[in-house]
Structure formats: C-alpha cells, structure tokens
Design a protein around this ligand. Structure first.
Ligand SMILES: [Zn+2]
Length: 828
C-alpha cells in the first residue's frame, strides 16, 4: 500500500493538462492530410480497456492512415485500481478516460457498449447470464452501422470458450454474429432512424503465439488463412517507431499499472480471416477502394487533395489553404452522407491548423450552476494572410448569440470579455451511463444516440462562425476552465455544470450491530453563493431519525457545513436506504457530487442521488481485539470496526510472539502472501500464536507468486477453483461445526443477497486435519469444498478462506458479517 501512495504522490506533482487544446505542428498537419486522403476504416473489438492491441491500432491509424476504432464492450469497472480508492462504476469512469487518453496518442477512436464489467466469469455462458445478449449485440451492430468499418478485427478467438475470461470470448462471439446482422433491416430496426444498414467486408481474429500456447506451436500452425504484416514501422516525422507509440498509448492504463516500455524494429502481426474473401496480398484493404474515387464525384477532390499532400510546405502550411477551401466546398456537395460528414470534420481541423487559427472560450471558474451568470473570455487569432472575419459566437446551452464582425488580421490577437448565463434547465455534467440505475451486467441508456459513445458530448460550447477567404466555416470549442499555477504554469480543466447544493454522506454502508442509535453526518456544500435552508433524511419505516429536519446556513460559494442526525435502528435484522433532501428557496437538492481528478486524465464529476445503506445486524460475537495484517488492499478491517471490534493494523514486519499475544484473532488481508515478502519469515511466529490458543484467519491468495508455499501449519494447496455466481447454492457439509452455529446460528438465508461472487482461489488439496465447512459450485460444475477450511492446531484454530469477504462486508451483506464473527469467535 505504501508504494501505491508514493506513486500517487509523485503522479500529482506532474502537470495535469489532459484538457489542453491540441495545437498541431506542421508534422501533425501533414499526418492529418494523409488521413484525409485515406477512405477506409478498421474496427477492433474486445471486452475491456487494456485488451486492445495498441500496436495494431497505432499501425492502422499512423501507418495505413485508416480511421481506426476500438470497441471495448465494457469500461473495465470490475478491475483493480492501483492509483486510488475508486472501484466499480467510478473505476469504469477512470478507465474510460484512460482509453480516451490512449486514443489521443495512437490516433484511434473509442466506443463502448452498455455491458458492465461485473467481475470475472469463466466462460461465455456465465457472462451472458449477466450481459443482456440482445442489448450488447444491438450496441455492436449500432457501432458497425455508425462507424461503417471495412474490416473488423477481434482480439479474441470466438471458438475457444473457457480458455480465457468469459467476457473475452463473448466479445468475439458477439462480434462474429454482429458482422452478419448489421446489413439486415430486420435487426434492430429502431436504429435505422439514425443510421443505414451496413455490411463490413472482412472479419479477422488477431491471433498470436499466445493463443497457441507458445512460439513453437504457432510456427507449426496452418497459416494459409492468415494475413501477416510488419507493424514495426519507424516514423521519422514523429521521431518514434510504431511500437514506441503503442507503448505510450498503453501506458495510459495507469489505474491497471500497464506502463509499457517502447521497442524498436520489426514486429509481425497475424490476422486470421474469419469472414469475407481472402485478400490476395497481405493488405486487409485489398480490393477495397480506399481513395477518394471510392465516392461518386470523389475523383476531383482526390486530385486536389493529392496535390495538397504532395506540395505541403512545412514552413508555410498556409499555402495549402486555397486548395483546402476548394476541397471543403466539394466535399460539402457529396451525396454520401457518411463520408461527407467525416471528411468535412477532418478537413475543417486541417484548415484551422493551416491558417494558424486559435479560438477559445475560457472561464476562470471550474464550474457553474443553472441560472448562474459568469464571465467568459473569448479569444481569436489568425496567423496567416488569409482574409478571416469572425462573424458571430454562439454560446451553448441556451443559444446565446454574440455578434462580433471583426477582421482577424495576421497575428493580431483579438479577445473580448463576455458574460454568459447558464440556462435554468441546463443538465449537470455527469456521465450519461451512470444516470439511470442498471443491472449487475448492464448499464441503462435510453437515448439511442448516446449509446456507444465513450463520454458525453461537451454541452457547454462556444461556436465561432468565421468567413475564411469567402467561405463560411464554424468551429465548435468547449468552454474551458483555465488558470495559471505558479509551479506548473498554464492549466486546463473541464468546465462543469453542477447543482447549487450537493449533499454527501461519509460512508456507503453503515452497520448497526445493536439497537442503540448512531450519529450520521451529512455534509452540504454550496456551489453557488451563500445558501440558507433545511435538510431532512428519509429511511425505511422501522428506522427512527431525529430531528425530523434541521436548518443550515452556508455563508459563501464553495462553503460547506455538516449536520448531524441520530438514527435508531429497529430491533430485528433489517436494511434500508437513507436519502437526504435539502431545500433552499423552495428548490430541492438531493444529489451528491463526486470529483475524480488524476493528472493523466481530464477531471470528471459524478452527480447522483446521495444515499447510505443502513444495515441492522443481528449479530453476536466473542473476542474483542483483532490484529489486521494488510494484504493487497481491502477494507475488511474497517468493516470489522463497524461491528464493534477493536482492530489494529499490524505490518508483517512487526509480527512477533509478544505482539501477537495481545490479540483474540489475527486476520490477514487479501493476497497478503502474494504481496508481502516479509510474511515468509513470520510463519513460525503466526503458527506458534495459534498453538498457544490464538485464532489465525487467512483470506484468499492466488496460487501463483506466493512468498511461501507453507501457508498453513498443515498441508494446504491452493487451486484456481472459484465460484463466481454470487447466488450459487451453499450446502453446509459440517452442519454442527461451531463456525456455523456459535455464537450465530447460520441458515441458508445468511447466504442471500451476496454480491459479485462467492469466492476465489479455494484450496484444492488439504491435510485431513482440516474440516471443510461449506460446499458450493457454479452451474454445470463439480462441488467445491475448499471455500472455508478450519483446523485445530495446539490450543488454537487456523482458518483458511477464499470466500470474498472483502466484497461482502463493504457491501453490508449481513450473512457474511455473521459468518466472519463466528470465525473470530471460535474457541472463545
Ligand atoms: Zn480483458
């Protein structure tokens, strides 16, 4: 853990400027002209952020100059977070932004489906119990119809279920199905209001020696159906090799710790043809016209733009302006709406860069609320001899029109302060896919046009209407929050629309293990001016909240106050959701505002109803003092504190016989034996502690990379057995054992309402001294009995458990608490 925080600290010292506007050099303009002259598209399909082969994406984007996109079916919500505390949907948001940063580097586009990365699944059958197959297919078909790829490339093999994560194989299976579906009007006809049907030409699987179990087997594989090519190109214009660009892109996956070092030299890629005709050479676009001649009336545009490319003057890019403007007008007359829109957007950016334009609408404040009026600074400059007139600026939302009508003379900066009022009905800036509650496996997005998008289109924008040498052009720019920092200099951030008042609970879950009341604190913050009002809380009818409401007074913008309520739980076991409602001048506010800020991504807000899960537990426990030895990172110690244990963190280095004797139980955090080398030398101290009457509870470790093979005082061997269905039936195979009866009598009901999974990496082999307590298994699998093993050793007890308490306890699952309390209480 220490390492993580150090890394985080260092990271924050670096400049955060993910939002700074791009300013193309001549080399970048030239690259974009080459892309403008290539009319072919590739779509890469896989399951998670970081599945994508950035080398291949960069190759198609930078070498072939194709429009290249990555469709990740999920946002990677189920992964681990190496850079901060965010998990689940919040982590998915971070990983979404990391993918967008990766694409900025490799030049690709990014799409997602509504599928949620709910956690590990062994095969597609299991995956599709959570993902709604029709909805995910519909999203893939939608992306195909919208992006219109000539070629689709799957990262994974659709023919080998069970050989990798179920999400992986499912991504390939669904991509194969969607390849044939997109062309048929009977499939997802509701999409045809917005897009045409479409048939991609070829489908490939991006194979490699990994899929064959090694180089040797791969060398012998039948490659008659393969297309292979070298992706190790060196780009002198960029001073980088393609694999170096790919590594820079991959290194954006910082929350997963996927930093990657660049390589140089030849790197072969292999694509196995799955559908469509075999290309006659090693070119995936063979037989597909990727020139301007692909389009009716495209030839003339092609000729014009070929001369722009050939005559491009790196010292004077403005010399290309006239021909670019001619081409712009011709593109505007194309019949093909799809290519017309793509190429108009591309050529506009090239015209912008060639004329040395810089257009910006900035504000010195990070956010604003509906109805707020704020000062903006508009800036415009032309660094060319072109005759450019800035006619109007349109501010949105609200369509505020500002007439300017000023000639932008070469290198004369124009700027103007304006005031802009955010409309009353403006939406908050918050990710579209987190607005409605979804299911475990799916996000809910009602708006068809939002589906597939990596993030919301920026809603606060300034559209600059220009006349360039007699041609009318519009440039839409986001309104940016811009400030100077004495250390890092110029800084850009996303500008956000936020609620006037946000309310926040301190926790997500609060446990009541007795009937006595607890104090619950709510924090209110004003994001506009001073605010005076009332706040009340709401919970299920068995829960008593006092007082009914309270007044608050925030004296300034940005100011916050805390208000305490006393909540008394019912006598029996119960759960409820606590919500808050603040009222100011008859307007009500019940949303929390979560900010996510890291230097490598643009800042994000999540605005959603504030809520706190309250759990009244019927729990008995023995023993009081617990030592918690941290592992790879979990909050089980916090959860145990919530039910009244005194928990002390004990670093492995500090483990000694004398330290241990003070504790009723010692609990090891998850994967402690995978991450803490010091533990290898502490086993005798821990086992002696057990021998003398202590209880040692070891939570799950993975079977690879253990710091010691001797995890227990008796033989114990880990396997990869896991039960991923969180509702898998649990059978008591030692029904009379203390772990199931004392002090809490457990029943099947205690295994209801579990989240994500039952457990993982159960032992597969163990000494007869161990008593297995529970049996469980996923559908169509054999019974797994290693989830909870207990053995008496000397006067004490050793317990090994792969049950995912680290997920259940923070989620407030009552049965998991009762079982954990029994484990701590054993022998007392
Ligand atoms: Zn993956």
């Amino acid at each position: 853990m220490r390492k993580v925080f150090l890394a985080l600290f260092l990271l924050q010292l670096t400049i955060c400027n993910a939002q700074a506007p791009e300013k193309w050099s001549s080399a970048e303009i030239y690259e974009h002209i080459k892309k403008l002259n290539f009319l072919g598209s590739v779509l890469y399909v896989a399951a998670h952020p970081d599945d994508e082969n950035t080398r291949l994406i960069s190759y198609f984007s930078n070498d072939v100059h194709a429009r290249t996109a990555y469709l990740a079916l999920t946002r990677g919500d189920g992964g681990q977070n190496l850079i901060g505390p965010e998990l689940r949907e919040e982590l998915g948001l971070i990983r979404t932004q990391e993918l967008l940063e990766a694409r900025k580097i490799d030049g690709g586009y990014q799409f997602f489906s509504r599928a949620n990365d709910f956690g590990y699944s062994k095969n597609p059958t299991e995956t599709l119990q959570f993902w709604d197959k029709e909805e995910v297919l519909s999203d893939i078909v939608w992306v195909i119809r919208k992006f219109q790829p000539d070629v689709i490339i799957n990262r994974f093999d659709h023919r080998t279920p069970g050989s990798t994560h179920g999400h992986h194989t499912t991504s390939a299976i669904l991509s194969v199905e969607a390849f044939d579906m997109a062309v048929n009007t009977e499939n997802f006809p509701e999409q045809l209001k917005f897009v045409d049907t479409y048939q991609p030409k070829r489908l490939f699987f991006n194979t490699s020696p990994w899929f064959y179990g090694g180089n040797e087997a791969f060398q012998e594989a039948d490659k008659s159906n393969f297309v292979s090519f070298d992706t190790g190109t060196y780009f002198p214009v960029q001073g980088l090799s393609n694999p170096e660009i790919a590594s820079l892109s991959r290194s954006q996956h910082k929350s997963q710790g996927f930093g990657s070092t660049g390589s140089r030299g030849s790197e072969m890629e292999y694509l196995e043809l799955l559908k469509g005709d075999k290309p006659s050479d090693q070119d995936v676009f063979d037989g597909i016209d990727t020139s301007w001649s692909r389009l009716d009336n495209g030839k003339e545009i092609g000729k014009l733009l070929a001369s722009v490319e050939n005559e491009f003057d790196f010292e004077h890019p403005e010399k290309s302006l006239e021909k670019l403007l001619q081409a712009y007008k011709l593109i505007g007359k194309l019949q093909d709406e799809h290519w017309k829109n793509i190429k108009l957007a591309e050529i506009k950016e090239i015209i912008y860069a060639c004329s040395g334009l810089f257009l910006e609408a900035s504000t010195g404040q990070p956010s604003a609320t509906a109805s707020e009026t704020l000062p903006l600074k508009l800036e415009a400059i032309n660094r060319s001899n072109a005759a450019i007139n800035l006619k109007k600026v349109l501010l949105n939302p609200g369509q505020t029109e500002l007439t300017v009508n000023v000639d932008l003379e070469n290198n004369k900066d124009w700027s103007s302060p304006v005031s802009y009022t955010i409309p009353k009905n403006a939406n908050f800036t918050s990710p579209y896919w987190l607005k409605e509650p979804g299911t475990t496996g799916m996000y809910r997005v009602e708006d068809q046009q939002s589906r597939g998008l990596p993030e919301d289109k920026v809603q606060t924008t300034a559209t600059f209407q220009l006349d360039i040498n007699g041609t009318s052009l519009e440039f839409e720019k986001p309104i940016v929050y811009k400030f100077n920092d004495n250390v890092s200099g110029e800084n850009y951030r996303n500008f956000e629309i936020v609620p006037m008042i946000s309310v926040e609970f301190q926790d997500d879950v609060l446990i009541f293990n007795e009937e006595k009341p607890q104090t619950i604190r709510v924090e209110l913050q004003s994001h506009n001016g001073a605010a005076k009002g009332k706040i009340s809380l709401k919970a299920g009818k068995n829960w008593k909240i006092e007082p009914a409401s309270q007044e608050f007074d925030i004296t300034e913008k940005g100011g916050a106050v805390s208000v305490d309520f006393e909540v008394t739980p019912p006598a029996g076991q119960d759960e409820t959701e606590l919500t808050a409602e603040a009222t100011v001048n008859d307007q009500s506010f019940s949303n929390s505002l979560k900010k996510i800020e890291y230097p490598h991504i643009s800042n994000q807000n999540i605005i959603r109803p504030a809520k706190l899960k309250l759990v009244r537990l019927n729990i008995a426990k023995k023993g009081e003092r617990i030592a918690y030895v941290p592992g790879a990172g979990d909050v089980v110690d916090e959860s145990l504190r919530q039910i009244g244990y005194q928990v002390q963190k004990l670093e492995a280095d500090d483990i000694s016989a004398s330290r241990l004797q003070n504790f009723d139980a010692v609990v090891l955090g998850i994967r402690a034996y995978n991450v803490d080398d010091a533990l290898a030398f502490k086993q005798s101290a821990l086992f002696d502690y057990v021998k003398n009457g202590g209880t040692l509870i070891v939570q799950y470790n993975t079977n690879r990379g253990l710091v010691t093979e001797d995890l227990a005082p008796f033989h114990l061997e880990l396997s990869r057995d896991r039960v991923t269905e969180e509702d898998a039936e649990v059978t008591f195979i030692a029904p009379n054992h203390a772990l199931l009866n004392v002090p809490n009598k457990l029943t099947k009901a205690d295994f209801d309402g579990w989240v994500q999974e039952r457990g993982l990496y159960f032992p597969g082999n163990w000494d007869d001294t161990f008593t297995p307590i529970l049996s469980m298994h996923d559908q169509d699998e054999s019974a797994k009995t290693g989830s909870l093993l207990v053995a008496q050793y000397g006067k004490g007890y050793f317990i090994y458990t792969g049950i995912s308490f680290f997920r259940q306890l923070p989620a407030g699952v009552p049965g998991a608490y009762r079982l954990f309390a029994n484990m701590i209480s054993i022998g007392k």
